[in-house]
Design a protein around this ligand. Structure first.
Ligand SMILES: [Zn+2]
Length: 189
């Protein structure tokens, strides 16, 4: 299957390390598998998980066994494989510290719960940009809700600013008016 010394995909499929603790997914908790589909962790676990490693960064991900072959076949533009079921030796993965917006520790968690948004355990994102990518790809519907809410708030704030401006103009106009009236009266005398 492969011409270089990368282990054959079939071999890696066989060697795949079973993910005992599928990430941070708790039994019975609901995770967002895609924009339109949510599966319970129990359902996903019954399908079987394995670990795959990015063979350049050593980043570990949990992959559904049904999706394993597809992941192992992924190639970089230079034709090398991206994932391996074997942990690359001598590479320590760089672990980010940014949390998913849907993380339990998020300051807006209470509001998100009220909005019916799921909790996501992802806490190793590497930048704010990665957070927004993670949101867009993993939680598209939730991201739209959050963004929609933010835009709505922004519109309301803009409206308040406009109202304040109008009110200020009116107050300024009012302050000048009596004086004008008085001057007019004085002028008549
Ligand atoms: Zn997330």
């Amino acid at each position: 299957m492969t011409t270089n010394n990368e282990p054959a995909i079939e071999e890696m499929m066989r060697d795949a390390e079973i993910a005992e603790e599928p990430g941070d997914i708790k039994q019975g908790s609901v995770i967002s598998a895609s924009a339109d589909m949510t599966m319970s962790a129990a359902e996903l676990q019954s399908a079987g998980y394995v670990y795959v490693y990015d063979n350049r960064t050593a980043d570990r991900s949990v992959v559904n066994r049904n999706m394993l072959q597809q992941q192992l076949e992924k190639q970089r533009p230079d034709g090398s494989f991206v994932f391996s079921t074997r942990k690359p030796e001598g590479i320590e993965p760089v672990r980010g510290t940014f949390k998913c917006l849907l993380h339990a520790d998020d300051p807006n968690r209470e509001k998100y719960t009220q909005m019916g948004l799921v909790v996501c355990p992802k806490d190793s994102l590497r930048s704010q940009y990665d957070v927004s990518l993670h949101m867009q790809f993993r939680h598209r519907r939730e991201w739209q809700s959050i963004e929609g809410e933010r835009e709505q708030l922004e519109r309301e704030r803009a409206q308040v600013r406009d109202d304040n401006m109008v009110e200020t103009m009116r107050l300024l106009a009012d302050r000048e008016r009596p004086q004008n009236v008085r001057e007019e009266k004085d002028g008549k005398r």
